[in-house]
Design a protein. Structure first.
Length: 291
């Protein structure tokens, strides 16, 4: 699916509405998957929905019928525990049947708790051991440059993951090789499994650190589609350095009982929570449709 021709145009109000509606659909599917599985990561899956929706429904080029198409843009979900969000989007665009979503984390099913590129079409790299995704993305971006392939590589990281030393090795290497076909996106909700990132091991001021390594830095609201798409456009058109988008997000975004609560990092919704969440998302959809 060729999307690059749309990238330089700002989204219309109708496009923004459709992207917001699509986000509600994706959140419903994420929560249904987790509820049926009785395990998984709620907070970090919900916080990256708008980022993934903007990438796959507006920005990236790909072909679900040909997952290995050489000119596709690559998405690496380094924070692999947020796999339900990626799975919901991949099913929505046709990489596999929606029914597979409801077998999340089941024995023998292709959709595991962390993405497996050997089992799931559309998954570029098996991830989950935090800290590895950006190094892999740097290598892929460098290889594409050597092949004179214009495809972009996008890597989504968690802010707790930024405490890993190997992330900073990849940041140094990417800046050194001026990988302007690489865009890292930080899901900066400031919560990890044990509490606030700023309390456990602060990564701040992250913008200043990244800039010192030679990256182009863009800071945005990670739930605002105009800001996300504008940042991704700048990333694609910036030359001579890689781009790091600091996306300020809300862990558990979209459902009030999950928002900004570290305890939902790796906990699936129970029956009562699931019903509350479905009702809230139904109300959001109605409000969007009614203007």
């Amino acid at each position: 699916m060729e999307k690059s021709d749309l990238l330089l145009s700002s989204p219309t109000s109708e496009e923004i509405l459709n992207l917001k509606l699509k986000s509600v659909v994706i959140r419903r599917k994420i929560l249904k998957m987790l509820h049926l599985a009785k395990s998984g990561h709620t907070g970090g899956s919900l916080s990256i929905v708008e980022i993934l929706v903007a990438l796959y429904f507006k920005v990236m080029k790909y072909d679900p019928k040909n997952p290995d198409w050489g000119n596709r843009d690559r998405l690496i979900l380094s924070k692999g525990h947020a796999a339900p969000a990626l799975y919901a989007v991949l099913a929505e665009i046709g990489y596999f049947q929606e029914e597979e979503l409801w077998r999340l984390r089941k024995l023998g099913a292709p959709l595991q708790g962390h993405p497996d590129s050997n089992k799931t079409p559309g998954v570029e790299i098996s991830t989950g051991s935090l800290g590895q995704g950006l190094g892999i993305g740097s290598g892929v971006a460098l290889a594409l440059k050597l092949k004179q392939n214009s495809a972009m590589v996008y890597v989504i990281l968690g802010d707790g993951e930024m405490q890993e030393g190997m992330v900073w090795e990849a940041i140094m290497a990417s800046g050194h090789y001026k990988l302007d076909n690489l865009c890292a996106i930080l899901d900066n909700n400031n919560l990890q499994i044990d509490g606030k990132v700023s309390d456990i091991m602060s990564i701040y001021p992250v913008e200043d650190k990244l800039k010192a390594f030679g990256w182009n830095i863009i800071t945005i609201d990670g739930h605002d589609f105009s800001s996300i798409i504008s940042a991704l456009t700048l990333a694609r058109t910036t030359k001579g350095k890689p781009t790091f988008i600091i996306a300020h997000t809300v862990k558990g975004k979209g459902v009030s009982i999950f928002e900004n609560k570290a305890k939902y990092h790796g906990v699936a919704p129970n029956d009562e929570e699931f019903e509350i969440a479905m009702q809230e998302l139904q109300k959001q959809e109605e409000d969007l449709l009614n203007g």
